[in-house]
Design a protein around this ligand. Structure first.
Ligand code: DGJ
Length: 369
């Protein structure tokens, strides 16, 4: 059976227009080398010494209430056949532990830190019993990419520090958190940092997130902040485990989630989603010449049928392999999150160098020999 699955998967995955060898996944069941659908969601991929490591959210075994076990990892040498490597950061039964079973772990991303030779994992973390109220980021490290990862810290971002692109006079402005949402006064106050200042002492909220390591070796944490209204990009220190205190706000009131950043020909690009829970919505595209901005929003990068809802997916990562970029998204199934599907589509560039993503329908399924 196993012998059949890998060639079948390869055949399904290889499609026209994709860079040779790059898989295209269109929401079909994506079996690992054991034949089980890959239970790694909201994740990302790290390459090290010729091996690809796919980290993602474990979403239970499909039975109601089975819960998350933690962050899982799968490995591959060709991006097509993925071997399950188990849980690399585990929830615990210890009461009061930040990782107590029942906490929420979302959008884990792992990078290798050359300065410390450690693997560093960041993820969106919600403490048990508070829904999405903690809005924490957590960081864990390991000596081995297969773990075990050891939790270092969980918390809000950059407490007591103002963003570099918001004047410090904002702190003394008289704002009210009770202003009616989406009124012009409220919009203005959001632009001017009402929520940033609200969270100044405790630290900035951080939910959906990504980590980006720039070509100069600096790492950045990109996250939905300020009650999911505003994106922030925060610089990490040389260990990749701490924020330096330098951060910017982007698109105040823009309601962006699911940030996936990449860099092509010296330009920074980011694909995000809107905020509609597990329901798909229209992707957004942003560009910048400098990672800390200014950033500019461009039209939806998706083309073709169902482009207005990102082909039913929500961005999680853009994987770069050589000069090929693959848009990775989750097709969420809130009734059975473990069975959420994967969408991997090539990122192409138009004649002006602007990235776009063609509909999955435009990729034929390769003939099976
Ligand atoms: C949208 C986020 O992108 C997901 O990661 C998850 O947090 C859901 N919201 C929960 O509704």
């Amino acid at each position: 059976m196993k012998r059949l699955i890998i060639p079948l998967l390869l055949a399904i995955a290889l499609s026209m227009n994709a860079a040779p060898g790059m898989p295209v996944i269109k929401g079909e069941r994506f079996p690992d080398t054991q034949g089980d659908h890959i239970n790694a969601h909201g994740g990302g991929i790290m390459e090290k010494d010729g091996t690809y490591y796919w980290y993602g959210e474990h979403r239970g075994d499909g039975t109601p209430g089975s819960g998350q076990k933690g962050v899982v990892c799968y490995t591959s040498s060709d991006l097509h056949a993925w071997t399950p490597r188990g849980v690399v950061l585990a929830v615990t039964d210890t009461k009061g532990d930040p990782l107590e079973a029942g906490c929420i772990i979302e959008r884990p991303k792992v990078v290798f830190c050359p300065a410390t030779a450690k693997y560093v994992m960041w993820f969106h973390h919600e403490l048990k019993g508070v829904g999405y109220g903690s809005a924490h980021s957590a960081v864990a490290v390991a000596d081995n990419p297969l773990g075990p990862f050891r939790m270092l810290r969980t918390g809000r971002v950059n407490p007591g520090v103002m963003p570099v692109n918001l004047p410090s006079e904002s702190v003394s402005k008289q704002w009210s958190d009770t202003l009616e949402w989406w009124t012009p006064q409220w919009r203005k106050a959001v632009d001017e940092g009402m929520f940033t200042v609200r969270d100044l002492d405790r630290g900035q909220m951080a939910r959906d997130m990504g980590i980006f390591v720039d070509s100069d070796g600096k790492a950045y944490h990109i996250y939905s902040s300020e009650s999911n209204l505003t994106l922030q990009i925060a610089e990490l220190d040389s260990t990749f485990t701490r924020h330096t205190g330098k951060y910017v706000r982007l698109f105040p009131g823009g309601h962006n989630e699911a940030p996936a950043m990449f860099k092509h020909d010296g330009v920074y690009w980011m694909i995000t989603s809107g905020c509609t829970g597990w329901e798909p919505n229209e992707a957004r595209l942003m560009r910048a010449d400098n990672i800390l901005g200014p950033w500019k929003q461009l039209p939806n990068p998706c083309r073709g049928a169902e482009a207005e809802k990102t082909f039913c997916g929500q961005s999680t990562f853009v994987m770069r392999v050589g000069d090929s970029y693959t848009f990775m998204a989750d097709i969420w199934n809130p009734k059975n999150l473990a069975d959420s599907r994967h969408l991997w589509l090539p990122v192409k560039f138009d004649s002006d160098g602007v990235p776009f993503i063609d509909s999955p329908d435009s990729y034929r399924i390769a003939s099976i020999e």
